[in-house]
Design a protein around this ligand. Structure first.
Ligand code: FAD
Length: 262
């Protein structure tokens, strides 16, 4: 849609360009920014012109995902097969994903902090760390699991820019099982569960059905019920009632833990 209040568009080419003036915000893929009215928004600072590498191998053996990496680029990276399957399942989880994958960025999905944020669930399951540029020229790091605080709310303060998301080698060697449910076959995610097994044991990432991503430790299928019982806040919106989301999450959690531990 046209953003009729926007009168300025700056293409950032270096860090100095990222200082926001009143009324400005960052533009990544623009798939959300241009999808609904943005009252009070007068200017866009385009991150796409910064030329950040979409993906890079780290010397540690991990992977660094640039915040402006598109979901399609993330999908195309040569991940180990277990991670590749998970990336594909998460990429396909966005509502009408085939339309947005080539424009929507991984960083934009994280910064939006929607409960149905498939990249948030993916990066939480991968135990990824966000690299954040602060307005004073510094940098801070935070797990994606805590960066996302509530629907539409992250720990980012005005002028902070999500620069990258780093995945450690341990996540690349882990096994995963993914399950998701929505009210319609291609609908917005109502609940998403990712079970992970690595040398430390098994964890569950719960997303979509809760206001923020949750990570629960489970040693066996028998522990799943008690782990789900620790969740006291279920998300409510037109994509599912809280009690239904709780029941579906429990079912998907048992299913994924059984698969990942078998
Ligand atoms: C058809 C369609 C279906 C969708 N389905 C889903 C869905 O199922 N689940 C879901 O979660 N979302 C969904 N979305 C929304 C989706 O999350 C976003 O469209 C997309 O992931 C956001 O990425 P973007 O690069 O387009 O961000 P933009 O729209 O450019 O920006 C989104 C927000 O993040 C901020 N931002 C972006 N990058 C950075 C950065 N690096 N640092 C700081 N702030 C930044 C922007 O200022 C803006 O506030 C859908 C959107 C569409 C159009």
């Amino acid at each position: 849609m046209d953003l009729t209040t926007v009168t300025g568009h700056r293409r950032a080419t270096g860090r100095a360009d990222l200082a926001l003036t009143p009324g400005e915000t960052y533009l990544a893929g623009g798939t959300w920014l241009f999808s609904e009215p943005q009252p009070g928004l007068t200017g866009l600072v385009d991150l796409g012109s910064l030329g950040w590498a979409p993906l890079e191998e780290l010397s540690s053996g991990g992977v660094r995902i640039g915040a402006t990496c598109t979901i399609a680029q993330l999908h195309a990276w040569p991940w180990p097969s277990a991670v590749a399957d998970l990336v594909g399942q998460c990429a396909d989880s966005l509502l009408m994903s085939f339309k947005v994958q080539h424009a929507a960025t991984v960083g934009g999905n994280v910064c939006l902090a929607l409960p149905a944020g498939a990249m948030i669930a993916l990066l939480t399951a991968l135990d990824a760390e966000a690299v954040i540029w602060t307005p004073d020229g510094g940098e801070r790091r935070e797990p994606v699991a805590t960066l996302v605080r509530d629907p539409g709310l992250t720990s980012l303060t005005r002028g902070e820019v999500l620069r990258a998301l780093e995945v450690a080698p341990a996540a690349l060697a882990a096994s995963y099982a993914f399950a998701r449910i929505a009210l319609t076959p291609y609908g917005r995610t109502s609940a998403m569960v990712i079970a992970r097994r690595d040398a430390r044991g098994a964890t569950l990432t719960i997303a979509g059905s809760t206001p923020r991503p949750l990570v629960l430790e489970v040693a066996s299928e028998a522990e799943v019920g008690a782990a789900i019982d620790t969740i006291h806040e279920w998300y409510a919106d037109p994509h599912g009632a809280p009690d239904w989301r709780a029941a579906m999450t429990r079912r998907l959690a048992v299913e994924t833990v059984c698969r990942v531990l078998s």
